[in-house]
Design a protein around this ligand. Sequence first.
Ligand SMILES: [Zn+2]
Length: 471
Amino acid sequence: MEDPAYNRLRRLLCVVIASIAVSSGCVSDSIERPVAPVAPIPVAPTKEVAPLAAIVENTQVSTAEIAQPSKPLPIPPKPLPLPPTGEPTVAIRIEELAPSARITIDSADGRLQLSLVGAPPSESPWIATAPIEVRVQSVGWHVSARGSATRVFAAGELEIRPVKGSTTALSCGKKKWPGELRVVRTPSGIDLVIDVPMESYLPGVIAKELYGSWSEATFRAQAVAARSYAVVEAARWEGRRHYDMVAGQQSQAWVGATDNPKAVAAVRDTRGQVLVHDGVVVPAYYSSACGGRPASALGVVTDNPYHDIAPLSAGGGASRSSCCQSTAVASWKATIPLATIQSRLQSWGRGIGRDDLAALQLPTTIMVAEKNAAGRATAIRMRGRTGAAVEIDAEDFRRAINAAGEPKTSLRSGDFSVRISAKNAEFTGRGFGHGVGLCQHGAQEMGRAGSSYKQILARYYPDSMIVKAWK
Ligand SMILES: [Zn+2]
């Protein structure tokens, strides 16, 4: 039987994918530049459409960068994984490029090693002089190296790595990437994916997720959370798509290789440590500021019933806790014209196939219909002059409003109250982000006051324990 929620999410996914901005950090030529027609080539099989996990809100983004986050995944829910017994490698998609893109890859030691994924051992890799330029050709990949050497690889995934024995990270665009680069043909273009050992991946995550002045305890807590989240994502996507996470707000921010000493030390000092609940790894979601009223994961960042566990539930009473109240993002206001709310929700409704939203009247009432145990809004009810009331999950309401990417008429969090005037809705809210799991600003308040990273993790992921999964 077809699950209507599944279809709804598939449609949502299409909207999300269509809205993803393509950056061109690795591209030497403008992707708009006309090039010789590219004949269709076989693409790497993708077993499923590749949806994006909406998870993390970067503390360092301004409201101008509020993107339409994706919720939940239209894939069968997977149980949470056991802690790995060795350091896993994760696959991070760093860019999506047009089929006409020319990709420049360099290495400081002057050489790169190229081979097709799955090539027989009898086919020795090509050692090319860096930098190289890779582009799609009718039969596969065309690679030109420094000097005049060129090589054509048949269709498939092409792997580019530092030569054996090299400790130099390869570079693509302005960044250095600590791992092996894979170029993968997709139905819409080219994906650049870095396969990177977990412990080499994490410093570039927390260097971007936290402010450099924040405490060591906050960095360590963030390292364990980010590692746990990544372990679950890698298990969830195994065999389902050609990468585990994206480098960005939809998964975790990632700057690639970094020598940020605080980030490097926090990862080293917590090496192999993951959060575990009932023997399985916790998908340790985190966000910028919970506003003192945390959200539960289920229905906000995931629909996977396996995520309905104590470490990801909003506990507490209805009164607001003191968490993150001293931060600059503690409170916010937004004034949004009712007509804007109507048009954005209609558009969202069309995108996900919800007829009641698509036909939404100009709202005359907007109210919080449901709250969770912490008092945070979980459902919003709207009514027009005539007709039935329309309800939407609070976090979806925020996504629908923010989809336009207009900072002045965006909602920083789903924790708000709302008052309607003649033409506008006045929102008064607390916090920044989805509010699930670790609150980064709250963690920093604890860290600054002398709490350890274990105390921070115990607060935000109650009933979980820290397990050292690998050495
Ligand atoms: Zn908080």
